[in-house]
Design a protein around this ligand. Structure first.
Ligand SMILES: [Fe+2]
Ligand SMILES: [Fe+2]
Length: 171
């Protein structure tokens, strides 16, 4: 694999995971509409951001002439299933998941920003802007989390993110 291929793969993974994130917040919002309606507004805002991130990474891949993942709806569907399931355990689970997942996204985007600053300054600008949104998501969730995170949700979020990433590397 050439270094260009590796860079494109890196972007493709983030692209797919952004689609997954749209599903996660959509799924959380479905449950919130029934059980905790005060979360609809922040979840809708994060969902809108993730839609924008997904579109932006699609544009970056297109500008680089790189292929995207074959079935982005797979990540969306997985995200929805995950989002609904986690939210059924309550608002504390929603915020635990958000903190955990956005921390993973933050690390991925920091790594991408470091690499793309030199390799593709235009892509770097997009990544940097998106990173600020993700940090806001994480910080907002940390403020909303009352008491300790839900331990099993932390583990479930980490495993799910890892599966989503691995699938994006091969599909
Ligand atoms: Fe995002
Ligand atoms: Fe996010």
């Amino acid at each position: 694999m050439t270094s260009t291929d590796l860079l494109n793969q890196h972007l493709r993974v983030i692209y797919a995971c952004e689609k997954g994130a749209t599903g996660v917040y959509w799924g959380h919002r479905v449950v919130a509409a029934v059980f905790f309606r005060d979360l609809i507004a922040p979840l809708s805002e994060m969902h809108a951001h993730e839609m924008e991130h997904f579109a932006r990474f699609g544009e970056i891949l297109k500008a680089r002439g790189a292929r995207r993942v074959s079935f982005p709806l797979l990540w969306c569907a997985g995200g929805i299933a995950y989002g609904v399931l986690v939210a059924l355990f309550g608002r504390q689970s929603v915020w635990t998941s958000t903190v955990t997942i956005e921390a993973i996204v933050e690390r991925e985007l920091m790594a991408a920003a470091t690499v793309f600053k030199e390799a593709d300054p235009q892509a770097y600008e997009h990544i940097h802007t998106i990173l600020l949104d993700e940090l806001a998501h994480k910080n907002g969730a940390e403020l909303s989390l009352v008491g300790k995170p839900v331990a099993f949700v932390v583990g479930f979020a980490k495993v799910s993110a890892s599966v989503a990433k691995r699938l994006a590397q091969v599909l």
